[in-house]
Design a binder for this molecule. Structure first.
Ligand SMILES: [Zn+2]
Length: 252
């Protein structure tokens, strides 16, 4: 299911052109040209990759999301919080046991507090870090800023300091390049979310698709939309991967 790579017109046209050029090259040029082919293939496989990401969980919808992912044998990435007033530890354990990546987002997700000064930011981060470690036995490395790495809540003077300190503490932050729109004030239908994803995905010129979904009580239609996204893009020849510490981050 994962191994199917298909050429998509418009994104991979350089590869056939490159292959023809290679056939015309003299023997002395082969080493460099072969490396170029390897690079082109790596890029091709990257452009066929989707990272499904779920922010703000766990929630009352986490198990429904896990069921959909399990149905298709797909692993995703959850950037988690401590906001849910339920069986958070059990749900985090289920996420980790499902083979999904567990990254940190924020413990309380309160912009005014975490983006007030760096000590407040890291006090909050340490809380969610502890929560993940105690629930899953894993030490999280992946991180996503609430609101993304460029957001209007975090003052400019603080932004660079937080990035630097995150790096020093061994965290790797990731943004996204496709939004589903599942966290607006109105609950959109699964079809509307799917359509948003398709629209945004069409605008990504190169590299993998990193799709932002949310895992909150509000997002009741998200599991169905995720199912639609998976079915559509599998049909298109994409593969779905969890973000790992080795994944080159997509950032704003
Ligand atoms: Zn968030």
């Amino acid at each position: 299911m994962f191994g199917v790579l298909r050429f998509r017109p418009g994104r991979f046209w350089p590869l056939p052109v490159l292959m023809v050029c290679l056939m015309l090259l003299p023997a002395v040029g082969k080493t460099t040209a072969s490396n170029t082919v390897v690079d082109a293939l790596a890029e091709q496989s990257d452009s066929n990759t989707i990272y499904l990401t779920f922010d703000d969980g766990p929630s009352a919808n986490t198990m429904a999301l896990l069921d959909v992912l399990q149905e298709y044998g797909i692993r995703a990435t959850f950037f988690v919080t401590g906001q849910y007033e339920g069986n958070t530890a059990d749900l985090l354990r289920c996420v980790a046991e499902g083979g999904h990546s567990v990254g940190l987002h924020s413990y309380n997700h309160m912009y005014d507090e975490i983006y007030s000064y760096s000590e407040a930011f890291f006090a909050d981060l340490e809380k969610v870090d502890d929560l993940v470690r105690q629930s899953t036995g894993q030490t999280a490395v992946l991180y996503r800023f609430p609101g993304g790495s460029l957001n209007s809540h975090c003052p400019l003077w603080l932004r660079e300091e937080l990035r630097q300190q995150l790096k020093e503490r061994g965290y790797i932050y990731h943004d996204w390049n496709v939004v589903s729109g599942d966290q607006g004030s109105r609950v959109l239908s699964a079809e509307e979310l799917f359509s948003n994803v398709l629209k945004d995905a069409g605008r990504v010129r190169e590299g993998p698709l990193v799709i932002l979904f949310h895992d909150t009580n509000h997002c009741a239609t998200t599991p169905e939309a995720v199912k639609m996204v998976i079915e559509h893009f599998l049909e298109e020849g994409y593969r779905f991967l969890p973000i790992t510490p080795e994944t080159p981050p997509v950032r704003f």
